[in-house]
Design a binder for this molecule. Structure first.
Ligand code: SAH
Ligand code: MG
Length: 220
């Protein structure tokens, strides 16, 4: 599997320094980090996961929707903080590992897996969420957005990961022809996030770039 998710747009020495400040995990999360490395499976980068944890705790988010579970690293981290997590994954090879990790984590009651493509699954969901983590096929974020807005609670947050896409979204100098569709779609998606009157969005150059959008449903 091509490990795109692992790309980081920041100076290496900055990333290294920040990572050195982060307390190391032990137990299951550490095992999962090793598994991800050995099997080239993407998991959230250390500074990104710490950022998400900070946002979740400071906004007091309780219910989370995640698009793109992989092996369940973020889902389990957030369940450890007391959140309930609905998470969507389409890769049939990864799903058994995901269930195994959830079982080991002891959070079977908190994490619900939806198997299949998010473009189909999302329209069947009708939950209410405080925090939505988009971490799947980036070309589809625009399609996911109406569902996010439909299910997000007032004052909720959409965290869209990998939105600068190796920096290619920000400058044509890094342009690669076979990435043209994904780059165009991400630019359009960011334009929508930044111009939607119900969203206050901040683009943060962490990891591969993240957009944090606060949802104010009621116009005052
Ligand atoms: N959120 C995870 C990492 C996700 S990696 C973590 O933080 O640990 C991205 C995952 O999204 C991959 O496992 C991939 O199979 C899945 N994915 C990509 N597009 C998808 C789609 N349209 N529907 C469901 N899953 C998708
Ligand atoms: Mg990611």
């Amino acid at each position: 599997m091509e490990n795109n998710e692992d790309y980081n747009i920041n100076y290496e020495y900055i990333v290294r320094y920040i990572r050195d400040t982060i307390k190391k995990n032990d137990g299951l999360l550490k095992e999962m980090e090793q598994y991800a490395k050995e099997n080239d499976v993407p998991i959230a980068q250390p500074e990104t996961i710490r950022f998400i944890e900070t946002l979740i705790l400071s906004s007091k988010a309780k219910s989370v929707l995640e698009v793109g579970s992989a092996i369940g690293y973020t889902a389990i981290t957030l369940a450890n903080h007391g959140c309930t997590v609905d998470t969507i994954e389409r890769n049939e090879e990864i799903i058994p590992v995901l269930y195994e990790n959830i079982e080991k984590s002891g959070h079977k009651d908190k994490i619900k897996v939806y198997e299949g493509d998010a473009t189909e699954i999302l329209s069947t969901l009708d939950g209410k969420y405080d925090f939505i983590f988009l971490d799947a096929a980036k070309a589809q974020y625009m399609e996911f957005l109406p569902h996010c807005l439909r299910m997000l609670n007032d004052g909720g947050i959409i965290f869209s990961d990998n939105i600068l896409y190796k920096g290619m979204v920000a400058t044509d100098e890094l342009f690669r022809r076979r990435k043209i569709t994904i780059i165009r779609r991400l630019r359009k998606y960011l334009e929508e996030l930044c111009n939607n009157d119900q969203l206050v969005t901040s683009i943060v150059p962490i990891g591969d770039g993240a957009a944090i959008s606060y949802y104010k449903k009621e116009q005052k």
